[in-house]
Design a protein around this ligand. Sequence first.
Ligand code: SAM
Length: 326
Amino acid sequence: MRHCTMARSIDNRLRRSASASRSGETGRGPATFTAFGLAAEAEALAPGLYVVATPIGNLSDMSLRALATLAAADAVLAEDTRVTKTLLAHYGITTPLVAYHEHSGDAVRARLLGRIRDGQALALVSDAGTPLVSDPGYRLVEEAIGLDLKVVPIPGASAALAALVIAGLPTDRFFFEGFLPAKAGARRARLAALAAIPGTLVLYEAPHRLSESLADAAAVLGNRQASVARELTKFYETVRRGTLAGLAELYGSEPAPRGEIVLLIGPPDPNEQAGLAAAGLEEKLLAALGQYSVKDAAAVVAGETGLPKRDVYGRALALARAAREG
Ligand code: SAM
């Protein structure tokens, strides 16, 4: 096995005899993993549920703490045990795997939470990235908290944040939406519901739906700035930036891309929003003026829109006057 200074220091920091307690209880050997070609021994874990992020493509995006946690846990709860088996094998981890996925029912959760109550440390992972982020685990975490069990995050990769930080779109506020509905009507309705959010929208998207979703987003949200991040951290990592309409045209003119995709859409232009709000106000006032006096129409619309009464009254007066004067 190759040795290097960095590897030796990892080894020294992580090598503790505490994992002997695990081997005593489970009959397994000490909790070890290999990194930089060197075996390291992980410290024992306090009983609890450890929510562990794993790479979104590049296996090196694995923190030392995540490796030590997976190595020292009594079991790794995996969305797909075959996928996680490959990751564990890559790092020489032999912790037993247990399936935990979106179809796992109450009985499975009760059994797993019982193991934690009995003193075990369980590590939850998904196929890629951070569990619970468009991935299973929410109910398990919720129930663990309800039972007053220790729940520990072991942070790491997530496609949403990786895509956001290289999108070139505002990062001060963002909204994670996950996957849009697959059907066009529901997708447009969902986009309309997101239209007023004053931050960058972060969406996960299937490659075969990308060009449709871009076109729908352009139609519903206007021609905002956007970014498409594909195969992040992998060999074919690509980022395309542009307007929604431009990207819709680009992706519509070529075969559907392959791989995994995050779509990011910039926030609405505040001036455009104000224009839309003003247009909405005028429409509402005209309808109300058909039914009520100027004063009452202004009161009704101010109540509906939340806009200041004085401003709405001024606008109502102007509209009523314009209508009178033909
Ligand atoms: N829990 C994961 C996370 O933290 O990113 C996300 C799981 S979700 C089921 C899978 C979706 O994440 C993919 O369809 C894609 O939209 C996005 N994704 C995952 N890995 C990606 C990558 N390497 N590049 C771009 N998008 C990725």
